[in-house]
Structure formats: C-alpha cells, structure tokens
Design a protein around this ligand. Structure first.
Ligand code: NAD
Length: 487
C-alpha cells in the first residue's frame, strides 16, 4: 500500500496525520492499495481562496506561457505513464495494457488536442460596432468520476489552465490515487500555486461544498445523471456556469448491408471494453430481423474473447468492475432484465470462480422498449439486442431514450450510414466502429448533459465573451480582422 495522501492545495501537500481517511481497494482481490484524506468544507474554503488569489495573475499570463505549462503536464503524464497505468489497474481494475493506452494515452491526447485548440483560438475580433474578446470564466470546480479518471481530469484541468481559469479538482473517492500522481506532476512542473488544487473526499461533503461555494464561477462535472441534476439545481442559486457530462444508453444501428463479423466485433468492443464502464458505450444493438440469427450466433462466439481475468496480467481483455458496489448494481440490472422477460444469450448473473468484483460479459436478446434494461444505464458489460423490420423503426428505437450521448451505425455504404447518423439525437456517432475522437467535441443531447468537452469546443466552455461596444476598429494591429490568441 502507498502512503495516505493529503490534499494538494495552493501548491503544497497537506499533512494527512490524524485526519479521517478514505481507503482505496483493489477490485480484483479486495486488498487495500492506498488511501487519501477525506476533505471537508474547510479544505474546500482554503482551495477556493487559493484559486481566487491565483486567478488574476494566471489569466494575465500570455497564452504561450500557459501552453508551456500544459505541454509540461502532458510530458509528466508520459514520464509517469507506467506508474499511472499500474495505479489505475490497482484502483479501478482496468486491464494494464488498456490502462496504458486507453486510460493514460487518451489523457495525453486530450491535452495535445486542447493545446492545438488554444493555439488556433481567435481571442479578439471586430463584430459590428464592437471589439469582441474572450476571457477566462474564473474559478472552476472540477468534479470527476472513476471510470476513465485521468482522461476526465485532463479534459477539465487542461482546458481550464489553457483558458486562464484556476481550478479546484475533486477526483472520485473510488479512484483518487491517479489524481495524487497528477498533483506530484503539477509540483514537478512548478505550476504556480493555486492554479490547480486537489481536494480529496466524497461528493456530499467536498463536492457539494464546491458546488455551493459563492466564489466558484463554474462547475464542470462528469458523473451520474442524478448528481448532475443536483449540481444544476445547486449551481442555480448563484447562477454558476455548469458543464455536465452524464450517462448514456447508446444504440448501435446495424443496417441490412452491414458485414456481420465487423459489426459484432465493433459493438462488443464498445460495450465490453473497460468492463462496460464507459459512458458512451454502445449497449443497445438494433439488428434487422433478416440478420438477427446470424448476428446473435456471431455475438455469442465473439463474447468468448472477452473472458474476465486478472487486470495486471498483460493479455487480459476484461478486468473486474471497479468496485463490489458497482458489481451489486450490475447484478440488479441483470435481475431486472430477466424478470422483464429478456432472453439470456450468454453470460448472466452466475458468479465466476474469481475473488474480486467480476461479472460475466452478458448479452440479452428479445429486448423491447417496455423492459427496464432497454432504458436504464447499467455501467457494466451488458449488451441488449432488439430486432427491427424497417429502418425507420430502428431510428425510432435508437432515439427512444432519455439520454443522447452517443451512437453507432454500421453499413457497407458509408453515405447511407451517415444519413442514419444525422438522424440520431446524440452528441457523437461512430460509423463502422469509429471510436472516441478527443480532437472533436464530446458531450450529450437530452439528459446526457450540457456543454462539450475536448478540442476547441471543450476549450471554449471555459471562456466568457465580452463585447466592447464602439471599439470595433481598435484591434491590436489596427488592420487585421481577427487575431489568434498566440501572437
Ligand atoms: P457519481 O455521479 O456517483 O460521482 C461522480 C463524482 O461526483 C464523484 O467525484 C463523486 O464524489 C461526486 N459526487 C457525488 N455526489 C455529489 C454531490 N452531492 N455533490 C457534488 N459531487 C458529488 O458517478 P460515478 O459513479 O463516479 O460515475 C459513473 C457515472 O458517470 C455513470 O452514470 C456514467 O455514465 C457517468 N459518466 C459520464 C461520462 C460522460 O462524459 N458523459 C463519462 C464517465 C462517466
């Protein structure tokens, strides 16, 4: 076990001695892998005060200097890639190879794309009679979950740093040890005190103290729909800007000309990677009745490639769920599916002969919109199959959800697939298995959230816009119509 970590506030680590701690368990075997201090409203107060103090000087730095710090942060993640990956594997069960690439690698990619967006950003232009400029929002509270914890932290603190905001981060209490390494990297790169502070702790105490704090200007949150609703309501009391990345129940639409093997492999990869704990996972597949038998048979064969096992072993495709609590939630969803009459094709609630929070990769067929499993986010490796007769019905079924995070379309004809993609009410759609693109905007329609993360749109979430009326001709060089933020 590593030592107990204190908070990282105002550029220094707090002393954890004598304070309440949160133990972090390895979901593969229940052993304790570390612990962090449980913060309280007093810790939040100190961190927000530091962020407020750091704001003006940080915002006043030239963009080129802020970019240098974010480049150094990306370099730090690369330097610590192995340790970060091992930590993620130990605290939330991601298979080690996946942790190195999809967890840490994607987080580095997030920063590089955000840097490119910041470089291309036009921060002043003449519009009508006004000079229109962008400025940082201010002090940001960033609250993150445990499923892609490093990626979610980087999308938030990277964009905030580049925009000129200062941030108090509250990482998930279920997987906080990777965030402690982030604190070490911030220290290594000599980020000015208060630009990013990290307060560990739970949602009700630390998270809500941040959301309700009158000196926080913006809350950026990734997590469950229910907590997102609370945050939107609580932030309304002081009209804070809110960005929410919430849940999903994303559909894959298989067109009648789609190659069966490719579509099966792509859908199962999306649904089963990270043990199904991916907000944008394709968890409802809509298959034409003409292909249904063949598709089901191929899916059962393909599911065998996703055998759960020790996440620290290099060849493991699927680790345990991130916690025994998450396992209990997933089993409840499986029970509901079976009660509602879904037909189990493979997997199911039967325990595995493994010690940790493991479940079997599971596929149900004959799933209808009346069933709970059609609508409720499982956040585990559970796929549902629903047959359809005409394409119009598939589009209606895909859009039959309170969520609108992601989707997928498979067809031999990519233009046909695009026509369907454009009719899905979701923030992202992948054609023929195209996965997460961290250079493009990511976020949800409907109850999947507000705002966008990643790339230029994700960077712009952290900006205010000001029109200086009567100053249109006073652009910096007096001639150019637009200027870029790196001059
Ligand atoms: P969660 O909502 O329980 O927790 C997320 C974070 O919110 C944690 O840091 C938690 O401590 C904090 N929190 C909890 N209660 C709070 C409160 N009252 N006030 C302030 N903060 C509070 O979610 P989780 O279980 O960590 O993550 C799983 C959920 O996240 C799933 O629903 C998933 O779909 C969603 N998710 C969405 C995205 C996305 O980008 N759309 C990405 C990953 C996960």
């Amino acid at each position: 076990m590593t030592g107990v970590r204190g908070h990282y506030i105002d550029g220094a680590w707090t002393d954890p001695v004598g304070r309440e701690v949160i133990a972090v368990d390895n979901p593969a075997d229940g052993s304790m892998v570390g612990a962090v201090v449980a913060g309280d409203a007093g810790d939040v107060e100190r961190a927000v005060t530091a962020a407020r103090r750091a704001f003006n000087p940080w915002a006043a730095r030239p963009m080129a200097e802020r970019i240098t710090f974010v480049e150094a942060l990306a370099g730090g993640l690369e330097r610590h890639r192995d340790r970060l990956a091992e930590t993620l594997t130990a605290e939330m069960g991601a298979p080690i190879a996946f942790a190195r690439t999809a967890q840490v690698g994607v987080a580095i990619g997030d920063l590089l794309h955000l840097i490119a967006a910041a470089k291309a950003h036009i921060d002043r232009e003449s519009v009508s009679n006004s000079l229109v400029v962008t400025e940082p929002v201010g002090v940001v509270a960033a609250i993150t979950p445990w499923n892609f914890p490093l990626h979610q932290i980087m999308l938030k603190i990277g964009a905030a740093m580049l925009a000129g905001c200062t941030t108090v981060l509250k990482p998930s209490e279920m997987a906080p040890l990777n965030a402690a390494i982030v604190g070490e990297i911030l220290d290594e790169i000599a980020l000015p005190a208060g630009v990013v502070s990290i307060v560990f702790g739970d949602g009700p105490r630390v998270g809500s103290s941040l959301v309700e704090h009158p000196d926080v200007d913006m809350v950026t949150f990734t997590g469950s729909r229910g907590v997102g609703e609370y945050i939107a309501r609580a932030a309304a009391a002081t009209i804070k800007k809110v960005a929410l990345e919430l849940g999903g129940k994303s559909a894959a639409v298989i067109l009648d000309d789609a190659p069966v093997h490719d579509s099966v492999a792509g859908v199962l990869r999306s649904c089963f990677a990270n043990t199904g704990q991916t907000c944008a996972a394709l968890t409802r597949v809509l298959v034409p009745e003409s292909l249904r038998d063949e598709w089901e048979r191929a899916a059962v064969t393909e599911a065998a490639r996703w055998q759960p096992g020790d996440p620290s072993a290099s060849g493991t495709a699927m680790g345990p769920l991130a916690s025994s609590l998450q396992r209990a939630r997933v089993l409840t969803h499986m029970a509901a599916a079976q009660e509602d009459g879904a037909r189990l094709l493979v997997g199911g609630p039967e325990p595995l002969n493994l010690p940790g929070a493991y479940v079997r990769p599971t596929i149900y067929s004959d799933v209808t919109p009346e069933m709970r499993i059609f609508h409720e986010e499982v956040f585990g490796p559970v796929l549902t199959i629903t047959g359809y007769d005409v394409l119009e019905d598939a589009i209606t079924l895909a859009n039959n959800s309170i969520y609108g995070l992601s989707g997928g379309v498979w067809s031999a004809d990519r233009r046909r697939a695009l026509d369907v993609a454009l009719r899905l009410r979701t923030g992202t759609v992948g054609i023929n298995g195209a996965g997460l693109d961290v250079g493009a905007p990511f976020g949800g329609y409907k109850q999947s959230g507000l705002g966008r993360e990643a790339g230029s749109r994700g960077f712009e979430e952290f900006l205010e816009v000001k029109a200086v009326m009567g100053a249109a001709e006073l652009l910096d060089d007096g001639r150019a119509e637009k200027t870029r933020s790196v001059r």
